[in-house]
Design a protein around this ligand. Sequence first.
Ligand SMILES: NC(=O)c1ccc[n+]([C@@H]2O[C@H](COP(=O)([O-])OP(=O)(O)OC[C@H]3O[C@@H](n4cnc5c(N)ncnc54)[C@H](OP(=O)(O)O)[C@@H]3O)[C@@H](O)[C@H]2O)c1
Length: 304
Amino acid sequence: MGAAPILIIGETGQLGRELVRLGGDDVRGCGPILDLANADSVSRVLARHSFGAIINAAAYTAVDRAEGEPIDAWAANALGPAILASHAAKRDVPLLHVSTDYVFSGDQGDCYRETDPVRPLGVYGASKEGGEQAVRAGAPRHAIVRTAWLASAHGNNFVTTMLRLAETRDTVRVVGDQHGSPTSATDLANALLAMARRMMAEPETPSGTWHFVNSGEASWDAYARHIFAESRLRGGPFADVVSIPTSEYPTPARRPANSRLATALTMETWGLQTRPWQVAIAEIVATLVTPSPVQSAPNRETIS
Ligand SMILES: NC(=O)c1ccc[n+]([C@@H]2O[C@H](COP(=O)([O-])OP(=O)(O)OC[C@H]3O[C@@H](n4cnc5c(N)ncnc54)[C@H](OP(=O)(O)O)[C@@H]3O)[C@@H](O)[C@H]2O)c1
């Protein structure tokens, strides 16, 4: 490749891994040693690389733990992006920054569009909103890409959790009154890489905020049923899903009841397409499932 590579921040995460895997020679990871919230550390690491764009896939993503660790969450999710934005500005390269559906409160009936007002319910969402503001203010060339309910064949996510629980339980209790947009990290990575390449090739590309999720929508319980159906088809673990309301599964962080994201603007502006979430998630299940399931004694577990 002739152009400078795209630098990936957070290459050990589920999205970062996919960016590195799919980006090939076009991308470069900057190593897991980067402490995003430490300006000196970021400067030292970035000084070692030449790059034509930055994709920030790193974040403090422990939604519940963030309620008790707001300083850590804000450091990684807001201060870190501010530091990256200043480097992107200094080098005149675009910064693509990944954000979340949890910047929204969830009390709107429709899918959320990019222009809808944000009102995070918890520390994680608030710190991610802080990151969005820092990127808008600090990086003249930026794309903030909000995504949701991310899953991949690696790391801790809803798919890997459900399959792990089904190894030892016949029944799982799953929240049925939260609705969102399940999304494959593979599909998001492909979209981000396409956006980064275009921003590098066409420096006049307007900056802004976009939504990228797989198409369709789901509640957590419907999502779980789909995972188990796909797993069962392939001889993998499965369980019965009992739907419960959020009130029966209290968590430290409140979550939006509706965080479905509208993607029309992204598809139109960037010429991207997005697959139905059922297809994308089935691909992940197929990667994870090996045909040796043993269903053990009945037990009950609650998850959302
Ligand atoms: N997961 C979801 O359901 C979801 C939903 C909506 C939006 N998002 C957003 O999507 C993006 C990717 O999420 P993900 O699920 O891929 O995250 P993830 O798997 O939890 O990975 C997070 C990455 O960030 C790195 N990181 C965390 N704190 C750091 C720090 N202080 N300095 C440097 N690196 C740090 C981690 O490094 P270590 O491995 O070294 O800790 C890891 O590489 C994030 O912006 C997240 O907010 C995720």
